[in-house]
Design a protein around this ligand. Structure first.
Ligand SMILES: *[C@@H]1O[C@H](CO)[C@@H](O)[C@H](O)[C@H]1NC(C)=O
Ligand SMILES: *[C@@H]1O[C@H](CO)[C@@H](O)[C@H](O)[C@H]1NC(C)=O
Ligand SMILES: *[C@@H]1O[C@H](CO)[C@@H](O)[C@H](O)[C@H]1NC(C)=O
Ligand SMILES: *[C@@H]1O[C@H](CO)[C@@H](O)[C@H](O)[C@H]1NC(C)=O
Length: 811
């Protein structure tokens, strides 16, 4: 319309083109929209009109995407005041307000302008914003809207929309979910910024009036509670916190992306969806809360939620459960109290313990000064007896600004990756303890390094003769043999019926494995190391020492061992469901593992590996990860087994080298297979291969004629580049899968099988990636792209073959 031609548009609004508007025409006659008529934005992205959600007969005035076949409503005017028939009419009244009329008489909804416009004009902008402006009010420097739908969001946050407060007018832009898919009225699930006095402001998800999830303070880069959400190739984030305004906003780096944040009443989560043109569907991109640890205040006061722990709630270091009894029963509501009370008056005897990787506590009793530096911040905290902790308010660069917390700390969690530093005040006695611990760790690492080095060089007997055990009075570094039950050979003979063939479960690289039953009825698996191989002795010792230290629900548990003359036995818990390969590579058995189960298995293996690589006191590289070595318990929980090849790393050693390359074709990382270099990253490679196998039901070491000479990794990469990676999915999973999880697994799998070790994530990143919906880096061409070697052992899919180790090359 001509009235707009003279308006010049600020570059920030370049994307807001409009092709339609309505208002007062030269004759003063209103244009209006009735049922069946719609108003389309200039770029053709959005449409305003009447709609009925689902099977409902009610009519609502709303805005939706014009070009998306699945009707996706992003804004509703009369959310809770439906029009029961088709008589609704949107028009503009004499004061320039938009009015929604029912049967041409009763007002169902209207805008309320504070000042009357001389020449009111209504427009639907291509951003999805319905605006009212004054045609007479021309200003070349900025857009002035008398009213805009972006100021009254419903359940959706679009790019360019402000979420938060206009502190000058008291306008609070908050989101609230639809009650149901057919009723856009306010559900009891909402998302809003809570404004703190003299402190930081936080956005919360609420169920009713109850806080349910906390995004955490803005730290200059992102929200403290979402360390994985960083500015990326798709969006830019903006956070404004000044005297006038407090808001969060995101914008697109590429206009052709269609994305929205929405509150979903059904899942009670805040979700980001992105439109996938090739699927003609929305894809869930991220959601909050992500996990149990995101539940607001789950671990009580001074508790620390650590998602990789079991149970997830721990007391912060220096604190103990207020009620140990309740805590033991996983009732964390009473939280934790200090081991030793603070003696605040004696400043010299106070210090701060640094907690890294933290989601900062809730703002309840806190104070902020954005211009203080870290040193001033610490001083300020020390000088006030009720100050409990401090942190930087902005973590960019060296960190700046100051937040102080008083009293108990609420809703703290520790992230496996990312997060920020929190300094908690401690009495000197607790700090001293810590310092001592630190020293012990250093000594321990040195000894463990020396011990494992020796063990690798010396035989079991030599080790025994040196009497190392006698010197070894620190239980931390005990090789574990004394703590493990030593079984009598006769007991095991009875349990396995003299190692009868009928009890044989399989043949491992260093000997057969038997099923047995102890007198008390407990079922066991017995690994009998053959004595012909000199290696067996080392492996035996290695395995006993290692596994006795490992306690994790995703690692198979060693119950004991037995040495009798030449006989060396390892006694494990018995896994009734065999190994993973038995299921996933078999069409029939594969049915028993639907997608949710498989996803659980992938996550379980990841957690087990994370423990091996990082969380156990020894850094352990397994070196022979494969589906045969993942056993399943009676509930199909995965347990990593067979540590005969495992190596420990002391301290910060990250890579080792070996002349004897052991492992299995198809799973070995290139640098290991070719150069004998092994590291946690070579395990990551094997993990990635397993993930792709679990998703596809195809063995990586087999040639699959339908893959055009590509390996499984090459195939995955090709499909991903073509956006068809979902086609990798095992056909038996078609009914049970969640595409977002499948795509994520394939993506993570590909990242793990990158040719260069530096391109592979570490295990904690993998765990985070699997558990969240954050943006993942783009994978490059993976290792073993083409099939050049002949397939190995493809047809030996005997389910019992679970301890296979192929010694490929000895140089
Ligand atoms: C345009 O807006 C700017 C910023 O608000 C203001 O300073 C200026 O006076 C306005 N110009 C006119 C012509 O209204
Ligand atoms: C935006 O995305 C489209 C489609 O993916 C692409 O063709 C275009 O080049 C991108 N534009 C920019 C500026 O990156
Ligand atoms: C914040 O810290 C700065 C620098 O130390 C100081 O000058 C200022 O007065 C402080 N503001 C408040 C409100 O304490
Ligand atoms: C310590 O901080 C609290 C909370 O801000 C305040 O109420 C109290 O007055 C402060 N005490 C001192 C001695 O500054």
């Amino acid at each position: 319309m001509a009235v707009f031609s003279s308006l010049s548009i600020n570059s920030a609004f370049m994307f807001l083109f409009f092709i339609f508007s309505f208002g007062i025409d030269s004759n003063g006659i209103f244009q209006s929209i009735g049922n069946g008529k719609t108003l389309v934005s200039s770029g053709g992205r959005f449409e305003l009109g009447f709609f009925s959600p689902g099977n409902s007969k009610n009519r609502y005035l709303g805005i939706w995407y014009k070009n998306i076949p699945i009707q996706t409503v992003v804004w509703v005017a009369n959310r809770c005041d439906p029009i029961p028939d088709s008589s609704g009419l949107l028009t503009m009244n004499t004061t320039g307000n938009l009015v929604l009329l029912y049967r041409n008489e009763s007002v169902v909804w209207s805008t309320s302008l504070l000042k009357q416009a001389r020449k009111p004009i209504a427009q639907l902008l291509d951003s999805g914003n319905l605006v009212l402006r004054d045609g007479e009010d021309r200003n070349s420097t900025r857009e002035i809207f008398l009213w805009q739908s972006f100021d009254h969001p419903t359940d959706t946050l679009l790019p360019g929309m402000k979420f938060g407060w206009d502190l000058r007018t008291g306008l609070n832009r908050r989101l609230s979910a639809w009650k149901t898919a057919e009723d856009p009225c306010l559900g009891d699930f909402s998302y809003a910024f809570e404004i703190g006095r003299h402190t930081y402001h936080e956005a919360y998800l609420y169920k009713g009036t109850e806080k349910y999830y906390r995004a955490g303070p803005w730290n200059g880069i992102g929200f403290s509670g979402s360390p994985e959400l960083r500015p990326n190739l798709l969006f830019k984030f903006d956070f404004v916190d000044n005297e006038d305004e407090l808001y969060y906003m995101y914008s697109l780096t590429n206009d052709s992306i269609i994305t929205r944040i929405v509150l979903n009443q059904t899942t009670t989560s805040r979700e980001r969806h992105t439109w996938i043109e090739s699927d003609q569907n929305w894809r869930l991109y991220s959601s909050a809360p992500r996990d149990h640890c995101d539940d607001y205040g789950l671990c009580g006061t001074n508790g620390n939620c650590i998602i990789t722990e079991n149970p997830v709630c721990q007391c912060l270091k220096g604190f103990k459960p207020k009620s140990q009894e309740k805590w033991n029963f996983m009732d964390w509501s009473e939280g934790c109290v200090r081991n030793t009370p603070l003696n605040c008056l004696d400043r010299e005897r106070n210090g701060f313990e640094k907690f890294a990787g933290i989601k900062l506590p809730a703002a309840l009793h806190s104070w902020v000064n954005k211009s203080m530096n870290t040193k001033e911040c610490r001083e300020k905290c020390l000088s006030n007896c009720s100050c409990m902790a401090y942190s930087n308010s902005d973590i960019r660069g060296q960190g700046s600004g100051c937040i102080l917390w008083f009293g108990d700390l609420i809703d703290v969690r520790k992230f496996p990756l990312g997060g920020q530093d929190l300094y908690i005040r401690m009495p000197a006695s607790e700090l001293g303890e810590k310092a001592k611990q630190k020293m012990r760790v250093v000594i321990l690492v040195a000894i463990v390094g020396a011990v494992s080095g020796m063990l690798l060089l010396l035989g079991f007997c030599i080790w025994k003769r040196t009497g190392f055990k006698e010197e070894d009075n620190n239980e931390d570094q005990g090789v574990g043999l004394d703590q493990l039950p030593l079984f009598d050979l006769s007991t095991i003979m009875i349990a396995t019926d003299n190692f009868s063939v009928s009890n044989k479960l399989g043949q491992g690289g260093f000997g057969p494995v038997y099923k047995g039953k102890l007198e008390d009825g407990q079922e066991i698996a017995v690994k009998r190391l053959s004595n012909c191989s000199g290696q067996g002795v080392n492996e035996f010792k290695n395995e006993v020492v290692l596994i006795s230290k490992l306690q994790h629900r995703n690692l198979v548990k060693l119950l004991g061992y037995c040495i009798h003359r030449e006989e060396k036995l390892l006694i494990y818990e018995y896994m009734p469901n065999k190994s993973l390969d038995f299921f996933i590579f078999d069409q029939m058995q594969g049915m028993q593992l639907n997608w949710p189960k498989r996803f659980q298995i992938i996550c379980g293996i990841a957690r087990g590996l994370l423990y091996l690589h990082q969380d156990s006191r020894l850094r352990i590289v397994h070196r022979d990860l494969k589906t045969n070595n993942v056993l399943l318990d009676d509930e199909m929980n995965p347990k990593i087994s067979d540590f005969g090849m495992a190596r420990t790393f002391g301290g910060d050693q990250i890579e080792g080298n070996t002349n004897i390359i052991v492992g299995t074709y198809g799973y070995m990382a290139p640098e290991y297979a070719y150069n004998g270099l092994f590291s946690t990253k070579s395990d990551i490679f094997s993990f990635g291969v397993m993930v792709l196998e679990i998703v596809s039901g195809k063995r990586s070491r087999c040639l699959h004629p339908q893959l055009d000479g590509l390996t499984l990794t090459g195939h995955a990469w090709k499909l991903m580049n073509e956006g068809r990676e979902i086609e990798m999915l095992d056909s038996s999973l078609r009914d049970s899968h969640s595409s977002s999880e499948v795509l994520r697994c394939i993506h993570v799998g590909l990242l793990c099988v990158q040719q260069r070790t530096a391109d592979r994530p570490n295990m904690s990143s993998v765990v985070v990636m699997l558990g969240s919906e954050s943006v993942l880096p783009q994978p490059k061409k993976p290792g073993y792209f083409m099939e050049t070697d002949p397939p190995q052992g493809c047809h030996d899919s005997s389910p019992s073959n679970k301890f296979t180790i192929s010694v490929l090359e000895a140089r």
